[in-house]
Design a protein around this ligand. Structure first.
Ligand SMILES: [Fe+2]
Length: 231
């Protein structure tokens, strides 16, 4: 597991903010993340979905991780497509642990507005509400707008046209196989996808994810967690 750090600047931030950005656990344990949280103070965790592994139909290890993490700092969770594939996802268990599931919903922390946009993959009926939520979330009230959105392909689709200060995404797993910094394939984007890792346009930050869920191995593409500091 690679630990990557990024520093951003914004005039909308009154006091520096530091958070851990995690994505795509796919029902794997994450002891490195818990260790890091014990060593470094974070204002919160932003988790951009796919706690579930839809192939095994399980989420137990992810749930245990999120429960432990929520004891250490606030956790915000936006919904991924694998969550859509688990009809009996125990959302009430996350709520009991204090994990804030932002499913087309927003909250505030450390002077930032944090929103979670839902995945509508395999759940097309969720699309209109998600788009309405994102448009409303982009309103300008002077506060930093941090949007958690599992799918990076929603950026060219419509998020790019909205005034958002930072968008966090996962889902693409770095393109699974990376050659010279280019991912090979991502769902929703196809071959040689554009949005699989790193910072784009200074405001779309994509995690390569923390795990794998397919039989295709990750090549030249280690899982990662990101520490984001905004000053
Ligand atoms: Fe996904």
């Amino acid at each position: 597991m690679e630990l990557n750090r990024i520093r951003l600047e914004s005039a909308r931030i009154s006091a520096p903010v530091k958070f851990l950005f995690l994505s795509d656990l796919h029902d794997r344990p994450a002891p490195q993340a818990l260790e890091l949280l014990k060593q470094e103070k974070m204002d919160f965790i932003a988790f951009t979905g796919d706690a579930v592994n839809r192939h095994s139909g399980t989420a137990e290890q992810s749930l245990r991780f999120l429960e432990e993490a929520a004891k250490l700092c606030p956790v915000f969770f936006s919904v991924g497509n694998h969550e859509n594939a688990l009809p009996d996802m125990p959302w009430e268990r996350l709520a009991a642990a204090g994990v804030a599931v932002l499913d087309n919903a927003e909250t505030e922390i450390a002077g930032l507005r944090v929103g979670g946009l839902s995945s509508w993959l395999k759940a097309e009926e969720k699309k209109p509400a998600a788009r309405r939520f994102a448009e409303n979330f982009s309103r300008d009230d002077g506060k930093f707008r941090l949007l958690l959105c599992h799918h990076p392909e929603y950026y060219p689709l419509f998020l790019r046209d909205l005034e958002l200060d930072l968008i966090l995404s996962g889902h693409a797993h770095g393109g699974q196989i990376r050659i010279l910094g280019q991912g090979l394939y991502a769902p929703g984007q196809g071959i040689l996808p554009r949005y699989t890792a790193g910072l784009h346009d200074g405001r779309l930050l994509i995690s390569r994810g923390m795990a794998n869920h397919t039989v295709i191995p990750r090549l030249f593409n280690p899982p990662e967690m990101l520490v984001v500091e905004i000053g």
